[in-house]
Design a binder for this molecule. Structure first.
Ligand SMILES: C[S@@+](CC[C@H](N)C(=O)[O-])C[C@H]1O[C@@H](n2cnc3c(N)ncnc32)[C@H](O)[C@@H]1O
Length: 227
C-alpha cells in the first residue's frame, strides 16, 4: 500500500484531527524552539491537518508556509481548516521535494519522516533546499529507544524506518547537515491511570505507558545547513 492510499483513509475518517490533538502535546515544544524570524519560509513535511503552519502563522509571523503531503485527502482537510493566503498545501513525496535549492529557511516534520522510502535521500533533499544557516526540526515518536512504539509497524502496510538516536545523528551528518541538538521531549499531557487500573485496553502495564510517554515521548533531532 502507498502512503497516499493509507493516509487518504485516515483523513477520510477524521484521524488527521486526532493526530493533531495528540501530536500537539510535544510538537508545540519543538516548534517553540524553531529560530524563526519574521518573513521566513517554512516547509512542513507530512503536514497532515496542517496545524504546524497554522500555529506558526499565529505565533511567529512567518512569511510563507508550505505543507507537503502525499495524501490528497489530508491536503483537502488541511486547506479547509485555514483561509490564510500565506499558507499553501501541496502534494508531493519525501523522495523529491519540489523546491529550489537554497530556498527554504526551516523544515519541520512531526511523526512523518520515518515513512520516507529512502530517508537518507530525503535528508539530502532537505539539505539541498535549505538556505545556508537554515534548520531542520525532525520529530518522531517511533524510534529504537522507545520500545513501546515498535509494534506500530504491525498495523500499517508502509515500511517504517526504525532508527536510534545515534542513527538519526549519523544520517543527518551524512547528508551534510550539522547536528545542532538532539533530545527527547516527554509527553506530560497524556493521562496515565493509577497502577490498579492496569492492564487497560491499550496498555499491559503502567510501567510501559510511563516508558512510552514520560521517559521517551518524542525524539527531536535538529540539523543546520552549513554556510
Ligand atoms: C502520521 S501522519 C503525521 C501528520 C502530522 N505531521 C501530525 O503531526 O499530525 C504522517 C503524514 O505524512 C504523510 N506522508 C507519509 N509518507 C509520505 C511520503 N513519502 N511523502 C509525503 N508525505 C508522506 C502522510 O500522508 C501523513 O499525512
Amino acid at each position: 500500500m502507498s502512503a497516499r492510499e493509507e493516509f487518504d483513509t485516515w483523513a477520510a475518517d477524521g484521524r488527521d484531527k486526532g493526530m493533531e490533538d495528540r501530536h500537539w502535546h510535544t510538537a508545540k515544544h519543538a516548534l517553540a524552539r524553531l529560530p524563526v524570524e519574521a518573513g521566513d519560509t517554512v516547509l512542513d513535511l507530512g503536514t497532515g491537518s496542517g496545524y504546524v503552519l497554522r500555529a506558526l502563522r499565529e505565533t511567529a509571523d512567518i512569511g510563507r508556509g508550505y505543507g507537503l503531503d502525499a495524501s490528497p485527502e489530508m491536503l483537502q482537510n488541511a486547506r479547509s481548516y485555514t483561509d490564510d493566503s500565506s499558507v499553501g498545501f501541496l502534494r508531493g513525496d519525501f523522495d523529491a521535494l519540489p523546491f529550489a535549492t537554497d530556498s527554504v529557511d526551516h523544515v519541520f516534520t512531526m511523526e512523518a519522516f520515518y515513512y520516507a522510502t529512502d530517508p537518507g535521500h530525503t535528508l539530502e533533499e532537505i539539505r539541498r533546499i535549505l538556505r545556508p544557516g537554515g534548520t531542520v526540526y525532525c520529530a518522531v515518536n517511533y524510534y529504537e529507544e522507545s520500545e513501546h512504539t515498535h509494534h506500530w509497524q504491525d498495523n500499517i502496510a508502509i515500511e517504517m524506518t526504525l532508527w536510534n538516536r545515534a542513527e538519526y545523528r549519523r544520517a543527518f551528518r551524512d547528508a551534510g547537515l550539522v547536528v545542532a541538538e538532539q533530545d527527547e521531549i516527554p509527553d506530560r499531557e497524556v493521562e496515565i491511570p493509577p497502577e490498579a487500573e492496569f492492564p487497560t485496553e491499550d496498555w499491559e502495564s503502567r510501567a510501559a505507558m510511563v516508558d512510552r510517554y514520560r521517559t521517551h515521548g518524542t525524539l527531536l533531532t535538529v540539523g543546520v545547513a552549513p554556510a
